[in-house]
Design a protein around this ligand. Structure first.
Ligand code: COA
Length: 258
C-alpha cells in the first residue's frame, strides 16, 4: 500500500496512515486503500482487532485532501460524501474492535475517522476540530452526526460553526477521547494494552456489544442523507471556491455568501 504502513502481531493489525507531505490528509487513493484494509479486517478470521494511527508526531489525519476537494463538482462531491460515509460506517459497524491512536492533528475527516472508531486515545499534543467552515464547506463523512452524538448538540454546533481546534485534554473533558497520554510510545503501548484486553474476550460477545450499541443510532436516519446533500450543495458556491483557494494560497478567505 502506498499510504499505509502495516504491522501484524498477536492477532492485531496496526495500520499507520502515511502521507506526511500532506499531514496524512485523506485523498481518494488513501481512502481506497483504507477500504481494502477494512474489507480484510471483516474477512480475515485470524485478525481480531485494528489500531489506526498516523505517521510522525504532527498529524493523525489533517482532514480530507483539500487540493482534491477544491476541483470537485456538486455530483462528484455528493458521491464522495456518500462513499466516505459508507466507509466510516463499515468502521463503526465492524464486529472487531477498532482503536484510533491519535498522535497529532485530527481535523475534519481525521476527526470523523477517529469518531467512527470504537475507542479513541490521544497524545497530549493532539488537536481536534471540524474546520470545514473555514473552507466554506461542512463536514461530510458523518461528523455532523457522530460529533453531536458524542459531545452533545451545543458543543458540536460550536465546534462546527467556529471551526476551532481543541486540545486533547479538552477533547477528553468532552468525552471525545477516552485517555490522554504524554507521547507516541505511551500511545501505542496503551492502544495495545486496551486491544489485548478486548481480543482475549469472547469475539462473539465483543461483536454483540458493538452491534447492540450501534443499533441505538440508526444510520438510515435523515441526518446522514442531509449531510451528504448539504455538503455537496456547499461545493457549488463561490464561498467554497474562495475557501479552498485561500487555503492553497496560504491566505485568509473572504466570504461573500454566494
Ligand atoms: N489537504 C491537503 N493538504 C494538506 C491538508 C489537507 N487537509 N492539511 C495540510 N496539508 C498540507 C499543506 O498544504 C502543506 O503542504 P505544502 O507544504 O505543499 O504547502 C503541508 O500539508 C503542511 O501543512 P501546513 O499548513 O504548512 O502545516 P501547519 O503546521 O502550518 O498547519 C494545519 C497545520 C493542520 C493547522 C493546517 O495544515 C491545516 O489547517 N490543514 C487543513 C485542515 C482542514 O481544514 N481540514 C479539513 C479539510 S475538509
Amino acid at each position: 500500500m502506498k499510504n499505509f504502513q502495516i504491522q501484524y502481531s498477536s492477532k492485531v493489525l496496526t495500520v499507520t496512515v502515511s502521507r506526511p507531505k500532506a499531514l496524512n490528509a485523506l485523498n481518494a487513493e488513501l481512502l481506497e486503500e483504507l477500504n481494502d484494509i477494512i474489507q480484510e479486517l471483516y474477512q480475515n478470521n485470524d485478525t481480531r482487532g485494528l489500531i489506526i494511527t498516523g505517521d510522525g508526531d504532527k498529524a493523525f489525519v489533517a482532514g480530507a485532501d483539500i487540493k482534491e476537494l477544491a476541483v470537485l463538482d456538486r455530483e462528484q462531491a455528493l458521491a464522495l460524501a456518500r462513499s466516505g460515509q459508507n466507509l466510516f460506517k463499515r468502521i463503526e459497524d465492524c464486529p472487531k474492535p477498532i482503536i484510533a491512536a491519535i498522535n497529532g492533528y485530527a481535523l475534519g475527516g481525521g476527526c470523523e475517522l477517529a469518531m467512527a472508531c470504537h475507542i479513541r486515545i490521544a497524545t497530549e499534543n493532539a488537536k481536534f476540530g471540524q474546520p470545514e467552515i473555514n473552507l466554506g464547506i461542512m463536514p461530510g463523512y458523518g461528523g455532523t452526526q457522530r460529533l453531536t452524538q458524542i459531545v452533545g448538540r451545543g458543543k458540536a454546533l460550536e465546534l462546527m460553526l467556529t471551526g476551532d481546534q481543541i486540545s486533547a485534554n479538552e477533547a477528553k473533558a468532552l468525552g471525545l477521547v477516552n485517555h490522554v497520554v504524554s507521547g507516541k510510545d505511551e500511545l501505542m503501548a496503551l492502544a495495545n494494552a486496551i486491544m489485548n484486553k478486548i481480543v482475549n474476550k469472547s469475539p462473539l460477545a465483543v461483536a454483540s456489544i458493538i452491534k447492540t450499541v450501534n443499533a441505538g443510532f440508526d444510520f438510515e436516519r435523515a441526518g446522514y442523507t442531509a449531510e451528504a446533500e448539504n455538503f455537496s450543495a456547499c461545493t457549488d458556491t463561490n464561498d467554497f471556491r474562495e475557501g479552498t483557494k485561500s487555503f492553497i494560497e496560504k491566505r485568509q478567505p473572504t466570504f461573500t455568501g454566494r
